[in-house]
Design a protein around this ligand. Structure first.
Ligand code: LUZ
Ligand code: MOS
Length: 773
């Protein structure tokens, strides 16, 4: 019985809650038995993007039978503030509303219908003001959260001037709705002595706990936050869940009754912020081979009405301006703009996909300009081992070139190019194109202190285990992975482990489950806790074998696997996990442990724009073949080939799911999903009938996902690498494939001027412009 066999067995573990999901018995927030006296909350939202509040009249609403309370900012017992750092976001506005869908009044009643009816009876008088909606207007009016941020490396001005070739342009990315299946929600349950428990659909128990305490004038000890699982989040509940939890907490505190707040899809899409759109003005200088000599980019980020996470998102955008290319001279400047849109917020990739889009645009433009293959230009510019990023982190284990070559092989790139050429020759109206995008994604929170986590492992005397950690399960299967870690350390089967909810009473001060680092941080914390217990049990087992079998064996020579504790060398030395646990218990050995982990060696100096913000990088690349109909602009995904580095994957099937899901989210963002707003700042595509995202019909004819485990030193828990966000970047390849298809019309003589996202409409307009040129 080899431990390695056991390890392999655990790696192919199925979704820990899969049997519950497929039988419809798993519980999401708000699906437990309702506490008696549960009240429903409805909100009165601002219809204006920017307006003064002249008066709020609640007199009619409060008279309705079945009403419990109508709450305004005046009823907030603590601070009317939900941003700990920048202090710019009130829970409820006092004198001014600053985006459409901003909650203004909280209505609490015995039923949802009564609350809804009463909310219509609240009268608010406004004086409409001019909204600021674009980064251009915001910059003109100097509406920025913080002064310009910069990363500078080398001498950009001089080297740009000296470069033989130069290109200038603007790359724009658009907004994207997170579209988690479960809308924003919270149950707030008051208890004795002023305590309140919040069952909040949040990625960050601690953020909700601390903010609710601040708003209610309480302390963290008075607020418990509990999250069993979320129905998706994608960044949309990293911070954007806090306001709804605080409103529910406010209602429960005010009425002393349990309260439920649950947004409808329409309310959710209207009120919550989305992926930050970036406007990126760039200039690039390069030699005749296509090697970049200087890169200058200015990023203007539309942050919406409040800072939320925009500054950190902008920063990650800046730190990914290079993607995986060596820039000997670079200047990356960025502006965070305040506008009257809902506060834009985290979305898988967190600014990374935006920053990367500009340099990938540059790669394609250089290729067209020099009449070379875009893939050759990308390969030429890839980082080599030991080169430094513009923010002066040394790039270790650089492997983009190696992975691009692998991608060429797997996709049979040269043959594919010929096939596409032939297809385009033989089809007058259908055209195909190829896009390739590599990624180097920095893993760690750029806010260094967030890179810590804790876990609690309790072993019961029957040998079953309770596992708690600060991570949030939101469909990405962090719970499967963390339980796998404990299973591997203690050598026990997964069935023994009860994965508990994430609860502030069991794991305090948890960082948001974000930045792709959930399994790294919480998995490592759980590993540390499990190792403590394993070491204690190993000592107990050595005593046990000595006492019962008169066998002398050192604790460190014992193996934990197959629900046994045994010696690989001497098979007669073996006991079941329960036997040793039972023995340890009666000999007063502590069977519970707390584990703590902080990612080592991370720092970043924002003012200087330098440091080592990332513990390691995740590498990979994706190739996409798209087909466009030049009559309608409609496009179709033909082929996807992805080569992605996972390290020693904790669970290859889970990682494949993450790669595919992330790809599709990037694909939707790049070619499909569009959330326009009118001149009054009202979003216009607020349901899935008008907001189009990928579905099963977008499955390609051919799909290959190759997971790569290279020789490496830099990885995280048990040799694995983070997987959540990096593969989203491959979706951008679809945009470049459409661009390539359009350019085939001119026999690749002209550049296509294609807007982002490359919707059918944008594609058709680019085709028209191409024909006019
Ligand atoms: N959240 C955050 C994130 O606060 N800092 C980050 O660097 C980050 N990166 C990705 C997603 N969420
Ligand atoms: Mo995030 S964008 O919640 O990692």
């Amino acid at each position: 019985m080899k431990k390695e066999q056991f390890t392999q067995q655990i790696k192919s573990t199925k979704h820990i809650s899969g049997h519950l999901h497929v039988t419809g018995t798993s519980k999401f927030i708000g699906e437990e038995t309702r506490p008696s006296g549960m009240q429903s909350i409805k909100l009165v939202f601002s219809p204006y993007a920017h307006a003064e509040i002249l008066s709020i009249d609640t007199s009619e609403a409060v008279k309705i039978e079945g009403m419990s309370a109508v709450i305004t900012w005046k009823d907030i017992p603590g601070q009317n503030q939900i941003n700990h750092i920048y202090h710019d976001e009130p829970l409820l506005p006092e004198t001014k509303v600053t985006y459409v869908g901003q909650p203004v009044v909280v209505v609490v009643a015995q039923t949802e219908q009564i609350a809804l009816y009463a909310s219509k009876k609240v009268k608010i008088e406004y004086r409409e003001l001019q909204p600021v909606l674009t980064v251009e207007e915001a910059l003109e009016k100097n509406l920025v959260y913080i002064p310009e941020r910069r990363i500078e490396h080398g001498n950009v001005d001089l080297e740009m001037k000296k470069a033989k070739n130069r290109l200038k342009g603007v790359a724009r990315t658009s907004t994207q709705e997170q579209f988690y299946m479960e809308t924003q929600r919270c149950w707030a349950i008051p208890s004795e002595d002023g305590e309140i428990t919040l069952f909040s659909a949040t990625q960050s128990t601690t953020e909700v706990q601390e903010t609710a305490a601040m708003v209610l004038g309480k302390k963290s000890k008075d607020i418990t936050v509990d999250v069993r699982r979320l129905g998706g989040a994608f960044g949309g509940k990293e911070r954007a869940a806090t306001i709804w939890a605080c409103l529910a907490a406010l209602a429960a505190n005010h009425t002393h009754l349990p309260c439920e707040l649950k947004l409808s899809r329409l309310e959710d899409m209207t009120s919550t912020g989305k992926r930050n759109p970036f406007k990126m003005q760039y200039e690039v200088g390069f030699d005749d081979e296509g090697r970049i000599l200087a890169y200058d980019v200015v990023m203007d980020v539309n942050g919406g009405a409040y800072t939320d996470l925009t500054i950190a998102i902008m920063e990650r955008g800046m730190l990914h301006a290079d993607n995986t290319y060596y820039l000997p001279n670079a200047r990356i400047a960025a502006h965070s703009c305040r506008t009257n849109l809902p506060p834009n917020t985290a979305f898988r990739g967190f600014g990374g996909p935006q920053g990367i889009f500009a340099i990938e645009t540059v790669m394609n433009r250089i290729a067209r300009y020099l009449k070379k293959d875009p893939l050759e230009i990308r390969k030429l510019n890839c980082y080599k081992e030991g080169q430094k990023t513009p923010y002066k982190q040394t790039v270790h284990e650089a492997c983009s070139l190696e992975l691009l070559k692998k991608l060429e092989e797997t996709s049979k790139y040269n043959k594919l190019k010929e096939e596409v050429k032939l297809f385009n020759q033989n089809n007058a109206n259908l055209k195909r194109g190829i896009g390739v995008v590599p990624v180097k994604f920095g893993i760690s929170f750029t806010t260094a202190f967030l890179n810590q986590g804790s876990a609690l492992v309790l072993v019961y005397t029957d040998g079953t285990i309770s596992l708690s950690h600060g991570g949030i399960e939101m469909g990405q299967e962090i719970n499967t992975k963390v339980a796998q870690v404990v299973s591997r350390v203690l050598g026990v089967s997964m069935e023994r482990i009860r994965q508990e909810s994430s609860n502030t009473k069991r794991t305090a001060n948890a960082s948001p489950t974000a930045a792709s680092s959930g399994s790294d941080i919480n998995g490592n914390a759980a590993r540390v806790a499990a190792e403590k217990i394993r070491d204690r049990l190993a000592n107990a087992a050595a005593d046990y074998f000595n006492e019962k079998q008169k066998e002398k064996i050192k604790a460190e020579d014992l193996v934990f696997a197959f629900d046994k504790i045994y010696s690989e060398a001497k098979p007669e030395i073996s006991a079941t996990f329960e036997e040793i646990v039972g023995y340890a218990y009666v000999h007063c050995v502590d069977l519970c442990a707390h584990g703590y982990y902080a990612t080592p060696g991370i720092y970043y100096d924002r003012d200087k724009g330098e440091g080592t913000p990332f513990y390691y990088f995740v590498y990979g690349c994706g190739l996409v073949v798209m087909e466009i109909d030049t009559f309608t602009g409609a496009s179709r995904l033909v082929e996807v080939v992805i080569v992605h580095e996972t390290g020693e994957s904790l669970n290859p099937e889970v990682d494949k799911g993450q790669v595919l899901g992330a790809f599709y989210q990037g694909y939707g963002w790049s070619v499909m999903e569009e959330e326009p707003h009118d001149e009054k700042g009202r979003y216009l595509a607020l349901t899935p009938s008008t907001y189009k995202f990928p579905c099963i019909r977008d499955y390609p004819e051919k799909l290959i996902i190759e997971l790569v485990d290279r020789n490496r030193k830099h990885a995280s828990v048990l040799g694995s690498k983070a997987v959540g966000e990096p593969p989203l970047i491959y979706g951008e390849a679809a945009y470049f494939a459409i661009q390539d298809a359009i350019e085939s019309i001119s026999n690749y003589e002209k550049e296509a001027d294609l807007e982002f996202p490359a919707t059918p409409e944008a594609t058709l307009m680019a085709i028209e412009r191409m024909k006019e040129k």
